[in-house]
Design a binder for this molecule. Structure first.
Ligand SMILES: O=P(O)(O)OC[C@H]1O[C@H](O[C@H]2O[C@H](CO)[C@@H](O)[C@H](O)[C@H]2O)[C@H](O)[C@@H](O)[C@@H]1O
Length: 275
């Protein structure tokens, strides 16, 4: 198993026909683990073999649906040229992985593969109401399919429960609250040890929960008078949405948030898409 990947890679490099026919040897998990019919779990090392065409088919299927989802985004309510410029600068710095798909597949040969997916704007289109950011059945099927071959995680700023409510796939890893709430999927029910069977939970910021509840309350109060502002409790973090706020009040929303945060010096403010 240890030398398999290197041999497969060498074969593909030296033989052009092999590029489309030989198998890739892929260790099956981020953490060494056997692959079961129901997913991945952590107990011993094994290798999953997947052909290059299959790899392209599986990951390409997901990429295809993701492209559809990305282009379905509802047009922004407030168009602004400075925002377009900022977006272009961001894309220049971090070009879309979708444009380099072939390159990614080529460099994946013989490597241990795990998929980390964002939810909003990746698996679901951006919409004005965060409660309605639904995933299409086609996207769910594509994610389910890749998770059969690779450990697949969804990393989101949302609460883990909320993401699961949208995605509904038990075999995935979920990292909610920007990674502060991680759930490792439970293993096959036939697993020998109780530890193996139970899903594993990592919540390194648990001590901050009372503080987050308090900050959520203060933010709701502070933004109450701003039409269109919406506070979303994401368990270990809080989002203040301004997508539906009149553009002239965006600065005010930012000031109100900063003002509340002065009382919580241990918390950090980050920004996202109209959030
Ligand atoms: O880091 P992310 O996983 O991308 O999370 C960032 C925020 O995602 C969600 O908001 C975004 O999607 C909404 C639904 O399409 C949209 O209305 C909003 O404007 C976007 O910012 C989520 O609702 C937030 O809590 C997250 O902070």
């Amino acid at each position: 198993a240890a030398t398999g990947p290197r041999h497969a890679y060498a074969a593909m490099m030296s033989d052009p026909v092999a590029k489309s026919q030989r198998v890739l040897a892929l260790p099956s998990n981020m953490v060494p683990s056997p692959v079961t019919s129901k997913g991945h779990h952590c107990s011993s090392l094994s290798v999953t073999y997947i052909t290059r065409p299959k790899l392209v088919e599986v990951v390409g299927g997901l990429v295809g649906v993701t492209k559809l989802s990305s282009t379905c985004a509802i047009p922004y309510k407030h168009s602004a040229s400075d925002e377009v410029a900022a977006n272009n600068a961001w894309l220049a710095k971090l070009p879309s992985a979708l444009a380099s798909f072939d390159q990614i597949i080529a460099s994946a040969q013989g490597k241990k593969i795990a998929l980390f997916l964002d939810y909003d704007g990746t698996l679901s289109p951006i919409v004005n109401d965060p409660e309605k950011a639904f995933m299409s059945p086609e996207m769910r099927a594509a994610v389910k399919n890749v998770a059969r071959f690779f450990p697949t995680a969804i990393v989101s700023g949302r609460s883990r429960d909320k993401v699961f409510e949208f995605v509904k796939l038990k075999e995935l890893y979920y990292a909610g609250s920007h990674g502060m709430d991680i759930l490792v999927p439970s293993a096959d029910s036939k697993s020998k040890t109780k530890d193996d069977r139970e899903a594993k939970l990592f919540q390194p910021a648990r001590e901050f929960l009372p503080m987050i509840i308090e900050v959520n309350k203060s933010l709701v109060e502070a933004t109450r008078s701003i039409k269109g502002a919406n506070v979303e409790n994401n368990k270990f973090c809080v989002s203040v949405h301004y997508r539906n706020v009149d553009k002239k009040d965006w600065k005010l929303v930012a000031e109100l948030v900063d003002n509340v945060l002065k009382d919580f010096p241990r918390l950090k403010v980050t920004t996202g898409r109209r959030v």
